[in-house]
Design a protein around this ligand. Sequence first.
Ligand code: ZN
Length: 684
Amino acid sequence: MKSAWIERDARAAVERYGQAGIPADLALRVYTTQLLGRDPKLVLHGGGNTSVKLAMTDLVGEETDVLCVKGSGWDMGTIEPPGLPAVRLKALLKLRAREAMPDDEMVRVQRANLIDPSSPNPSVETLLHAFVPHKFVDHTHASAVLALIDQPDGEARAREVYGSAMGTVPYVLPGFGLAKQSADVFDRDPKVEGLILARHGIFTFGADAREAYERMIEIVTRAETHLQKNRRAVFVSGGVPQQAMDVTEIAPVLRGACAIKDEKSEGAFTRLILEFRSSETILNFVNGRDVTDYATRGVITPDHTIRTKNWPVVLPAADARDGDWRGKVRAAVASFVAGYEAYFARQNARVGGDRVMLDPAPRVALIPGVGLVGLGRTRKDAKIAADLAEAAVETITDAEATGRFTPIGEDDMFDCEYWPLEQAKLGAAKPPPLAGQIAVITGAAGAIGAATARLFAAQGAAVALLDIDAAAVATRAREIPGALAVACDVTDARSVGEAYAKVVTAFGGVDILVSNAGAAWQGRIGEVDDALLRKSFELNFFAHQTMAREAVRIMRLQGTGGCLLFNVSKQAVNPGPAFGPYGLPKAATLFLVRQYALDYGADGIRANAVNADRIRSGLLTDEFVKERSQARGVSEKDYMSGNLLGREVTAEDVAQAFLAQALALKTTADVTTVDGGNIAAALR
Ligand SMILES: [Zn+2]
């Protein structure tokens, strides 16, 4: 591992932050924290923290000694000075005299001694940083160090590699106990350059930012060098399929198996998003004959448990010739869930029975022949789970190549998984109503499609935006974090198939289709060109059918129901003069909604439609509105509000109607009118 310190950049950081009144020590603390945070071999998703001790003027002008320590919610790779809240050092040091301290009290004391009360909560490892007297303290969960110490004789190995340069601290849950124990180890030999925390990670110290950082790099490099020596071949290959299934066939089956039925609301599920990963190292790992042994011993460092759970689910080899693969996957997941429930019951009884079980679905799946999958309630959570699983694959591979991977035991894992301070990192907010659901929206570059995509994403859905205009849809998708843009011609079955394959590969499946793409053609029906009428049928009817048919196929593989939503139009029930080429296929699509509702209700798949009218969009451009209103001698506002309520209807209003239908679990074959009121277009 190479040092990433660049003297010029360090000086630039001091200069830049200095202009904002940030002292040089804090500027350099930010600089090296970013260096550590940007290297996934050192720090992944909150797995690490740093601090610096300095003097600062408090809010009433008194000079005081403080510890600036990483605050929760900040990513080390992108941290800025407000991400290192200042806590009064004297108050923290006073706590060392205590024998024990409950977590909630520790958090309150830390908060009560913040220089700025609006700061984020200081790290759960704040006291350890405070008790070590060095000015700069760096902490990581470096992969190579974990491979060295996650061993039955981890401490002896650390001593063999580091001699007396590093102190070793036996495993203890982070918090007051670990801080006190680490400080005791340090006091026994204050010459150490850092501490190895058994089965957890590494601390290094220094008088300046560079010294603490370079020591981290050096200590990790020594672990890497050690791991390269005396390696033996690992993982004898096991039941690898001769003909591996495609990810697009695997994902919906796995996703459906991992969805947990909501017992309180019939038809509702706790669903997850999937993130696939594969590489030579991952395949070597998942294809191993003994994968169910080495892969399920536990987490490489305790705080992974809140993201990955303590074990992955190991699936049967994904063999395309296996006719019962779906049944086997469901059995494997059911067995994982039963195992998790038994683990929780056993452990909860041990700690007094007052914990509430988290959802028991797996967060990592290993698929021999294919790779690994991270699962999460959001796309971001799924990616985090996959990143941590990839790190675990590398660390366990190194640990097994040089010894035997041996993580913390079940009691310690439970204490960490159900530690309120760990759960607090995930945030206690109630998930939004579409959390975990995957929505495919066609015509997403247009006004109604884009408004629907924005609204569904804001309600927690992972959204895929489809449109024939690749550039326009890419622009729309960039406005929505985590959204996927897919160029798709909905009138071409092959293009539709490819689009769904992209969505399933990126997210794992589909729960909601908003079949919205359409275009209006005009002509008096007795005179209209046949080719034009057929063209309109291709887009305004057959494309809805193709999109729905493929969505239903995937939904049935998942086995958790689903929702088809169609943009129909008032033309379907209330034809306008010379609008036959548009109204006829839309009328057929209205019937299509009912047919899907009828044929797939038993699968829990709902089909609903929105009849919208007179909305500014690609069909009704601003220019057209201007022209029509002038022709009628009314204002644009009066033209657009020419309905019973006298209100202009917007794309956002249509999106709200789609959302209501998506959430109405007991409603199917419904047509919702969004037109401000037009009695001739009212359904009866
Ligand atoms: Zn840690």
